[in-house]
Design a protein around this ligand. Structure first.
Ligand code: GTB
Length: 217
């Protein structure tokens, strides 16, 4: 059955891989599933045809036959459940990998998104200068905890899993801020994720959409 995902017709980041279709593409590349992409404009996202797939009018979505999913956590989990390569076979290790997926989305991503909001959408507010350091501190606090847990390991719990895919995807949003530089083991962790051939294919594919140049790999 053909898998179809949606992505921005033009991503606001110009193709730096920060829009969330990248993590879905990455998961599909890791498990070797081909997929098609339907590009949607900001206007089309709010129209009934797309709202039937995504109640909040966002990308990405995932269609496979009669199944339609939204939310990257659910989509990546679905891909990892259905195909080998992203979740360990051992039941306990599998549960821990899933836990890291939730940790990435529920515990690490919120302060990172708050920082993006504070910088991009609230940067011109009179209170922004006072608030920004507080938001940055909350991000640093999480990074310190995550870094302590990762230690000198390559991945969060044994081999690479959907938990790492999600955590690296979430941390990538910080790359341009310089904050990750204060946590060298996390910067290396993110670099390990980016070095995976599946990530590179996903990144190149979304970049090609945004630059009009075909992927090189
Ligand atoms: N919780 C949902 C999920 O994980 O799937 C969130 C989905 C989401 O935020 N989608 C965004 C969207 O459709 C695109 S990815 N926004 C349009 C809208 O809400 O109208 C978020 C995103 C967008 C742009 C950048 N960027 O340019 O750097 C980074 C991340």
């Amino acid at each position: 059955m053909t898998i179809i995902i949606t992505a921005f017709e033009r991503s606001p980041d110009g193709g730096k891989g920060l829009a969330r279709d990248t993590r879905v593409r990455w998961a599909l590349e890791e498990v070797g599933q081909p997929y098609e992409v339907r590009l949607v404009s900001f206007r089309a996202m709010k129209e009934p045809a797309h709202l039937a797939l995504h109640p909040f009018g966002q990308i990405p979505t995932y269609e496979e036959g009669d199944l339609a999913l939204f939310e990257t956590g659910s989509i990546v989990f679905h891909i990892a459940e259905r195909h080998a390569g992203l979740l360990p076979d051992n039941a306990d290790a599998r549960a821990r990998a899933i836990t890291w997926m939730f940790a990435a989305l529920n515990t690490v991503e919120p302060p990172i998104l708050e920082l993006a909001t504070a910088r991009i959408l609230e940067g011109d507010k009179p209170w922004s200068k006072e608030r920004l350091p507080l938001v940055e501190d909350r991000v640093r606090h999480r990074l310190k905890q995550l870094s302590a847990r990762l230690g000198s390991a390559d991945w969060l719990d044994g081999g690479f899993s959907a938990g790492d895919l999600m955590m690296v995807s979430v941390l990538l949003r910080l790359k341009s801020s310089g904050i990750l530089d204060g946590y060298p083991s996390l910067a290396d962790y993110v670099a390990r994720g980016e070095a995976r051939p599946a990530y590179k294919r996903a990144f190149d594919a979304q970049l090609a959409v945004n630059t009009g140049k075909p992927p090189t790999g």
